[in-house]
Design a protein around this ligand. Structure first.
Ligand code: NAG
Ligand code: NAG
Ligand code: NAG
Ligand code: NAG
Ligand code: NAG
Ligand code: NAG
Length: 687
């Protein structure tokens, strides 16, 4: 808790107005919508100031003085909600069989890559790199942490800005992308984004260093000219590192946002998809045809209203993924005042994020669709999400609240047969970023800021593991108390892990809870029960309102302006002895916090720091024109088959012998050496 700062009490209106008016230009029509922060751009016009409907008080904790006006570094601190009265029982039992066959309603098998990221196309240069030869090492480090836990990291580059993006050969000054505020042909002033193939080479270069796979978007604003260049070049440059292309982003908002007539319907969309798929089929420069993602509706239209048009049956041969997008709420009123959408009071929003019900409510509208997707044999993605559209809520989106909410929500999606979820990044003007680049003019002084959602991604990656067999089950323990949820995770048909969450904040420790987990054994007519001991990793912070001091297994990526993508502190994995006569293990979960408990031998082996996943120190420096990367990192950091790959990617499969990976990698490393320059990185890679 940031009690070292003198607290300051301000009213909502004086606090939020300066916060959002600093650097926001408004494009397009947003109102009571799930408008994403792709609408928030740097620019000159000042946003209207907030007309707050409430005089709620906040305490603020000053951040580094220059940047408190940017939402990504806002100083808002809210008191954590009081402990519920009556408090939930703090001792309760959870029983699980060892065999998945004895467990009803398990999810479909999930991949460790379930929790991915969505980067608004227009901020790709802030986050990923300046161009193909100047990558941000902080980005590589952070995404590599996920990739090493999950087996790979899935990243979408797109969003609202993909719709009006167009590919050009070059831009003035050798730039990779350029935003045009206005385009005469575009009545809604959506920013037009010009980009060069360099953007795609940059992504390919990232994939030559870490195991990153990409989703891209095909512009859908002009159905007479779909501008497939991004697909043609994307296939050629990214090859096997390309996952699929989204065509149409939030079509249910095309009418409300003025991109189509207000009468634009599901049937109009169906008709436009016929145009798209015909043109796609006819484009001989696109080798792969069955890699589209749709319908990406955002909640204004139900997915059922699309299914009922016969969409999936009509376009099945083109569809690789079905997808939706959703934010649980919005903070739009502060930026786009609208009498129909009054500002949400963050103090009332806060407890709603600190509840198991939050994820259930978000997922419930899609459960019918995830069952249908199984019958259609299509994976089903939450293609863009985060805590609140229009930039999130300062004090919620950037605090430990979001770390717990994000992991519970993601596991709820996994439980409900989504096959992946991408958490969105905007720029410096949003507070929900998984991480935020240092303000560019300060990048050599300040470092990056890792947001709470990034820790959610690490928790979920480790909860699901790398076998692609993890099945998730919401246990609703403690009589379904919404403050104390738990998920069981089965892997290869056996109970492997349990995730436990405590949403309460009580620094005295009096509201830590202890779950007694009974595993298999005679209670389930099984031969095997609890192991002799389990390993436990904790996700912790002093309070749900904490912004800086968040730890995963005892280590932190640093507070605001302190992150370079490497861990700080010593890893702390706890061992808890179980009672094998009773087949039970007792796990204490702090208030607040989350515990990931590793039960099966395989799950425990994977967390053991002595296991082969441990990598040695890797160093990238700007002084020497060489890069040293541990060969075992390289062995796991690629995976391209080479089809359509740019030859200089050269990332050979390391095979059993790490050294061969090193050799194959060398040319690519040399090419990137100067590039990674700028920041010396001491990367203690993970286990
Ligand atoms: C890439 O960006 C860096 C840093 O801005 C610059 O020095 C370099 O010239 C650029 N490379 C190309 C090929 O444009
Ligand atoms: C990185 O991107 C540049 C384009 O700027 C390209 O020429 C180069 O071959 C790429 N390097 C690797 C290792 O893919
Ligand atoms: C699920 O969606 C289908 C397709 O729209 C619809 O026919 C069916 O009634 C829905 N089922 C439920 C339980 O909502
Ligand atoms: C997920 O899919 C499995 C397999 O079809 C099914 O048994 C389970 O009920 C589904 N879960 C939900 C929440 O729909
Ligand atoms: C850096 O940018 C910020 C925000 O645009 C500005 O307020 C500040 O004066 C700049 N600092 C320097 C050293 O240029
Ligand atoms: C898991 O799935 C991914 C993507 O399909 C694949 O690359 C990987 O090899 C699979 N891992 C295992 C252990 O099967």
């Amino acid at each position: 808790m940031a009690s070292m700062y003198a607290p300051l009490v301000l009213s909502l209106s004086c606090l939020l107005a300066p916060l959002v008016s600093a650097d926001v230009t408004i494009y397009g029509l947003f109102g009571q919508t799930t408008a994403d922060p792709g609408a928030l751009r740097s620019g000159s016009a000042a946003a209207p100031s907030a007309t707050a409907a409430t005089t709620t008080s906040f305490v603020t904790v000053p951040g580094p003085p220059q940047y408190t006006e940017l939402a990504a570094y806002n100083p808002i601190y809210m008191e954590p909600p009081a402990i519920p009265d009556p408090a939930p029982p703090l001792q309760f039992a959870i029983g699980v069989p060892t065999s998945a066959q004895l467990m009803n309603g398990l999810s479909i098998p999930q991949h460790g890559t379930f929790f991915g990221f969505s980067i608004e196309m227009s901020v790709a240069n802030q986050l990923i790199g300046t161009n193909g030869t100047t990558l941000h090492p902080q980005f590589l480090n952070l995404m590599n942490i996920v990739a090493q836990k999950a087996g790979a990291v899935h990243i979408r580059v797109g969003g609202n800005t993909q719709e009006t993006a167009f590919l050009v050969d070059t831009l003035p000054g050798g730039k990779m992308m350029e935003k045009d505020k206005e385009d005469a042909s575009n009545p809604t002033s959506t920013p037009v984004l010009a980009f060069t193939p360099e953007l795609l080479y940059m992504m390919a270069n990232v994939s030559s260093l870490i195991n990153a796979k990409w989703y891209l978007g095909i512009p859908f604003n002009d159905t007479s000219n779909f501008r497939f260049q991004i697909a043609e070049q994307g296939e050629a440059i990214l090859g096997d590192n390309l996952l699929a292309f989204q065509a149409a982003n939030e079509p249910d908002l095309y009418g409300p946002h003025g991109h189509r007539p207000l009468t634009y319907s599901q049937f109009d969309f169906f008709g436009e998809y016929a145009l798209l798929t015909q043109a796609y089929q006819n484009d001989t420069s696109i080798p792969v045809k069955n890699n589209l993602i749709a319908p990406s509706v955002s909640g204004t239209w139900t997915p059922e209203s699309i299914w009922d048009t016969g969409f999936v049956e009509a376009y099945t041969e083109y569809l690789a993924f079905l997808a939706v997008e959703r934010y649980p709420t919005d903070n739009c009123a502060v930026i786009f005042p609208n009498p129909n959408n009054p500002p949400h009071d963050p103090l009332q929003e806060l407890p709603q994020f600190l509840s198991h019900q939050a994820g259930i409510n978000l997922v419930q509208p899609y459960v019918n669709s995830t069952m249908l997707a199984q019958t259609w044999n299509k994976p089903f993605l939450m293609f863009e999400t985060n805590s609140a559209s229009c930039g999130g809520f300062p004090g919620i989106s950037d605090t430990f609240t979001s770390a717990l909410w994000g992991l519970d929500y993601a596991l709820q999606m996994a439980n409900s047969n989504f096959t992946g979820a991408l958490f969105h990044f905007g720029g410096q003007n949003v507070s929900y970023n998984p991480f935020t680049a240092a303000p560019t003019n300060q990048s050599s002084f300040h470092q990056w800021t890792v947001g709470p959602i990034f820790y959610s991604s690490l928790f979920v990656a480790e909860a699901l593991g790398q076998t692609n067999t993890s099945q998730v089950k919401d246990m609703f323990p403690n009589n379904g108390n919404d403050q104390t949820p738990a998920y069981a995770i089965y892997e290869n048909g056996n109970f492997a892990r349990m995730a436990l969450i405590n949403y309460m904040t009580d620094p005295t420790g009096a509201h830590d809870y202890t779950a007694t987990i009974y595993v298999g054994g005679s209670g389930f007519n099984e031969d095997n029960g609890a192991p002799a001991s389990v390993k436990v990793k904790y996700l912790r912070a002093p309070s749900v309102s904490e912004k800086d001091n968040i730890t995963w297994a005892g280590q932190t990526l640093g507070g605001r302006f302190q992150a370079d993508g490497t861990w700080k502190g010593d890893e702390d994995i706890q061992t808890v002895q179980c009672d094998q006569t009773q087949n039970m293990c007792q796990i204490t979960v702090p208030a607040p916090g989350a515990a990931l408990v590793f039960f099966s031998d395989a799950a425990q082996a994977a967390v053991d720091p002595a296991a082969p996943q441990t990598f040695a120190t890797s160093i990238v420096t700007k002084t020497a024109n060489t890069v040293t990367v541990d060969p075992s990192v390289l062995a796991t950091s690629n995976g391209q088959s080479g089809k359509n790959r740019i030859s200089s990617g050269g990332t050979s499969q390391g095979g059993a012998n790490g050294a061969s990976g090193m050799t194959g990698f060398a040319p690519g490393v040399a090419a990137l050496a100067g590039v990674l320059g700028g920041v010396a990185v001491f990367m203690r890679a993970l286990h």
